[in-house]
Design a protein around this ligand. Sequence first.
Ligand SMILES: Cc1cc2ncn([C@H]3O[C@H](COP(=O)(O)O)[C@@H](O)[C@H]3O)c2cc1C
Ligand SMILES: O=C(O)c1cccnc1
Length: 349
Amino acid sequence: MTMFELPPVPRPSEQARATAQERLDGLVKPLGALGRLEEIAAWLCAAHGQVPPRPLDDVRVVIFAGDHGVASTSAVSAYPREITAAMVRVFLAGVSGVSVLAEQVGARVRVLDIAVDAELADVAPEITAHKVRRGSGSIDVADALESAETLRALAAGRAVADEEIEAGADLLIPGDMGIGNTTVAAALVAAMLGLPADEVVGTGTGVDEAGRAHKVAVVSTALERAGGQAGDPVALLTALGSACAAATTGFLAQAAVRGVPVLLDGVYSGAAALLAAELAPGAQDWWLAGHRSTEPSQAYALKALGLDPILDLGLRLGEGSGAVQAVPVLRSARAVLAGMGSLADLDLG
Ligand SMILES: Cc1cc2ncn([C@H]3O[C@H](COP(=O)(O)O)[C@@H](O)[C@H]3O)c2cc1C
Ligand SMILES: O=C(O)c1cccnc1
């Protein structure tokens, strides 16, 4: 087991959750009539240790961008590797899918070049402050990273979570950008959960059936090459992950260590969450799943974490685009607790 020590994850307040449930039961509605909204309201109270929970005004998306060697050496995506760097410019220009959707809910978007296979320091120096390397290794033929790079990427993700929390984040959302990353996510989930490649590989950006079969072969080869590291998340990230996967893992683990709620997004944050929960036991108590991706590995990851997606819109974009759309649901859950009258005050004439 690779040594990677994290501070313990605090427990959300069970007392606040119970108080919230009592309050919800007394609101002016039939018992349980607000369904999942009630569960989310109680979850937020447990996270904040108070009833009602605090407003979720400051929502921050962090996009971890990087290239994956598999996309250079093998046809695993419907789009070319160069899209990754090009999309970083789109995020900076504020016209990406997640940029537009985040604006709808007043969330900020920050993009970081963790391992883009291009020189982006001239474009925006601040985005390369946590860069680990240019591209990660092609997992079917070599390790994705050196162990020291994995540790650096994990530390970078943790440092970014700290930066955002210290700047006032009420809610964090991980985003991803990296052509080929659904192949890496599938490999990580398969290795963690002991599943065959064929169960977890999806069509990503839209490969056809032959393309999916090729992805299955690539993931199977990678799993055979890396064999038997399921119990060691750091070794798994080194062998089958990428710098972005490790940074996202560190980000999710550190948010939990700091007791700050997270809305997970799609397939990439699902895979990272599985690893982060292994590194930081109890971290999943601080996360909600924003939406269900069409990628099968996300469903396995969420099930293993005991998380049930809030939205199911058939999205397959990533970037944090699904999670940001669940933000209004969380705000509604809070508003119900903060504003509804009580059944006891009902005037029955
Ligand atoms: C223009 C464009 C914008 C994107 N934004 C997110 N992704 C998403 O698609 C990629 C993963 O799918 P695959 O494994 O099939 O390559 C990642 O970059 C992910 O963030 C995009 C993909 C494209 C083409
Ligand atoms: O759902 C996702 O997260 C996803 C699906 C396909 C491609 N990129 C991301």
